[in-house]
Design a protein around this ligand. Structure first.
Ligand code: ADP
Length: 364
């Protein structure tokens, strides 16, 4: 996935932008304002790692180790995604811009009746840009991005889930505006199963409580909770209610597939024309963004394979070829790649999303 982002965004990713806000060093804060609890927040000191120092007022009573691990493993300072990096999905982008970004940027305007939704669900097939949207929301609103998958909550954080959730929301409030992104949120907030163990049940309850808490606390700053799922139907009613916005992130349509293919092709030398890109877009009905990336990756290997075959014919070591021997990617390579790759989302799968969207999806 990282490779895809790099491919799509190029060097822009390396730009470090204003998300590096770390915990204050409380000692500095204390010196600056007579030890008051509301010391200036931004500083480059990570409180979690300063074991012998005190936690800021807002985080008192929480486990320092957990805070540190959240800082290291969950705060995502990676690729800075913008809405321009995301092809298509105009409806989702517009909705997000109006109902999330604008309020997060203008918190004073959006209080009381105009309050911001605190929970949003992005649902749809895998590889369609749900993670990208969450990252773009975070970046465009200048928020701290906390990112975690449900599977790591039940593996890596096993046994600590409940405390983690509480600490995570506290740290997010402290560093507000924040976005907490949970991938595969269905397995966390799934309808209760009989084999569910005590600790995952507790963690789920803690999540629901934390989301409600964030909603009620007007002074908490903006903490937006975003869940992504390919299985929206598995989320139970209590959890579903917390996601005020529920957006369908659908497969790219033909025009957007062309945009994606064109963008991916700019990363390597190629002779593919606009007309040929349009033909590829036509032939890839049902492909997700991630499927298209795989297709293009395969096509990009075409010229390398050709050069290897030539070296082998000439009796040379085919594992040692120079970049000069590798030609541009052509339409032929794309057509060959089409034969060896296929779409990963079936029409039946899609039907499920369309139905769920009709019943539960946000209309605006
Ligand atoms: P998911 O919906 O599973 O969260 P991701 O957002 O992680 O999918 O997308 C997987 C990869 O596919 C991305 O890193 C991106 O490169 C590509 N991709 C998918 N959809 C789009 C899109 N609409 N615009 C640009 N890239 C996309």
């Amino acid at each position: 996935q990282q490779m895809v982002q790099n491919a799509l965004n190029g060097p822009k990713n390396n730009m470090s932008q204003g998300l590096q806000k770390k915990f204050q060093n409380p000692k500095l804060g204390a010196n600056n304002n007579n030890g008051g609890g509301q010391a200036a927040k931004p500083s480059n000191t990570n409180v979690g790692s300063a074991k012998d120092e005190e936690l800021p007022e807002e985080l008192k009573g929480l486990n320092k180790d957990l805070i540190e691990r959240i800082e290291n493993d969950i705060v995502d300072n990676g690729a800075k995604i913008t809405f321009d990096d995301i092809a298509g999905l105009d409806h989702a982008k517009r909705t997000v811009e109006e109902s999330i970004i604008m309020p997060m940027k203008n918190p004073d305007l959006f209080s009381g009746l105009r309050s911001v939704p605190k929970g949003m669900l992005l649902f749809g097939p895998p590889g369609t840009g749900k993670t990208l949207i969450a990252k773009a929301i975070s970046h465009e609103s200048g928020a701290t991005f906390f990112s975690i998958s449900s599977s790591s909550l039940t593996s890596k954080w096993i046994g600590e889930g409940e405390a983690l959730v509480r600490t995570l929301f506290a740290v997010a409030r402290y560093r507000a505006p924040s976005v907490i992104f949970i991938d595969e949120v269905d397995s966390l907030l799934t309808a209760r199963k009989s084999d569910e163990n005590e600790s995952s049940r507790k963690m789920k309850t803690e999540f629901l409580v934390a989301i409600d808490g964030a909603k009620e606390d007007e002074n908490a700053g903006h903490v937006l909770f975003i869940g992504a799922t390919n299985k929206p139907h598995e989320i139970d009613e209590a959890a579903r209610r917390r996601f005020v916005k529920r957006l369908y992130v659908a497969l790219p349509v033909e025009k957007d597939r062309a945009v994606l293919v064109r963008r991916l092709l700019t990363k390597n030398e190629n002779t593919v024309t606009d007309k040929e890109i349009e033909k590829i877009a036509k032939k890839t009905e049902g492909y997700s963004g991630a499927d298209l990336f795989n297709l293009l990756q395969d096509a990009a290997m075409g010229p390398v394979r050709q050069a290897q075959a030539k070296a082998a014919r000439e009796g040379r070591d085919h594992s040692l070829i120079s970049s000069k021997e590798v030609g541009p990617i052509t339409y032929k390579h794309l057509r060959q790649a089409l034969k060896s790759t296929s779409r990963t989302v079936s029409d039946e799968d899609l039907q499920v999303y369309v139905e769920w969207d009709k019943t539960y999806g946000s209309k605006d």
